[in-house]
Ligand binder design. Structure first.
Ligand SMILES: NC(=O)C1=CN([C@@H]2O[C@H](COP(=O)(O)OP(=O)(O)OC[C@H]3O[C@@H](n4cnc5c(N)ncnc54)[C@H](OP(=O)(O)O)[C@@H]3O)[C@@H](O)[C@H]2O)C=CC1
Ligand SMILES: O=C(O)C1=N[C@H](C(=O)O)C[C@H](O)C1
Length: 238
């Protein structure tokens, strides 16, 4: 595949290495220094775009790909207020759009187990549930996209909770997502159910960015020849 890397930072560079090792070609790379060159990419020179940028840039990049007919895989977080607009654009243009807050297969298994555990734990009101996410100091958004997806998986089974709160345990009707930033942490997510007498935890710790890159490349390959809006549950049959 000829892959356009929109975002050539930590993720873009990890995906580039892995894509080349698998025999794919890099159609081009986009960062702040050459953002104006995005308009030179079309389905004639690009089979798929993989977009890992920034909350402010993601929707514009995805919109460009969908209106031009370039299948797009995005992993950017912090822009999901515009997700339904991206879905509309994809459907209007008969395009192909794949989105995941986290491309690691391990995290998607964690999401699956999280939903199952929440469906059991909702009956045990003595437990207080919370989420903790820990990331590197360069991360610009909080809570993490993965933290929010984890919260949504819990909230589906907890009708008494009215939503999630970012770093705020003052409202017991909200699921608190605690965000911590520490040097060099790739991505850690922990769900805790705590009572007076004990504690149950489910966690995922990423050792490197390889799992994210592998999943994004798998999604780019899987998206070839498809039309519509997809996520990891579709690809992994979870
Ligand atoms: N879904 C998943 O599995 C994962 C998602 N992520 C998410 O992916 C995103 C990127 O992460 P990461 O690679 O670590 O971040 P980096 O900061 O390392 O890289 C971001 C890249 O995007 C470029 N960029 C930012 N804004 C613009 C813009 N307006 N126009 C063009 N290029 C732009 C930056 O360019 P420049 O360097 O010139 O500023 C840089 O090349 C984040 O939202 C993160 O949360 C991260 C890991 C896994
Ligand atoms: O910014 C990161 O690094 C990561 N971002 C994603 C998120 O916000 O969930 C995924 C992963 O945890 C790494």
């Amino acid at each position: 595949m000829r892959i356009l890397l929109i975002g050539y930072g930590k993720m873009g560079k990890t995906i580039e290495q892995m894509a080349l090792a698998k025999g794919h070609q890099i159609a081009g790379t986009i960062d702040h220094t050459n953002a104006d060159t995005l308009s030179s990419y079309t389905p004639e020179n690009t089979d798929v775009a993989i977009e890992f940028t920034h909350p402010e840039a993601a929707f514009g990049n995805i919109s460009y790909c969908l209106t031009q007919g370039i299948p797009v895989v995005s992993g950017s977080t912090g822009w999901l207020d515009s997700y339904s607009d991206a879905v509309q654009l994809c459907l209007q243009n008969k395009g192909a759009f794949f989105y995941a807050s986290n491309y690691s297969v391990g995290v998607n298994l964690f999401f699956h187990f999280n939903e199952y555990i929440a469906s059991k734990m909702q009956a045990y009101k003595e437990y207080q549930v919370s989420i903790r996410e820990i990331h590197h100091l360069q991360k610009v958004d909080k809570p993490s996209g993965t933290g929010i997806t984890t919260a949504e998986g819990i909230l589906a089974s907890f009708p008494d909770l009215t939503g999630w709160a970012a770093d705020d345990d003052s409202d017991n009707a909200k699921l608190n997502i605690i965000s911590e930033r520490e040097p060099d942490v790739v991505g850690t997510h922990i769900v805790t159910y705590e009572s007076e007498v004990d504690k149950i935890e489910l966690g995922h710790i990423a050792h490197s960015r390889a799992g994210f890159a592998e999943g994004a490349l798998m999604a780019a390959e899987w998206l070839q020849g498809r039309e519509g809006v997809y996520g990891m549950k579709d690809m992994l049959n979870l």
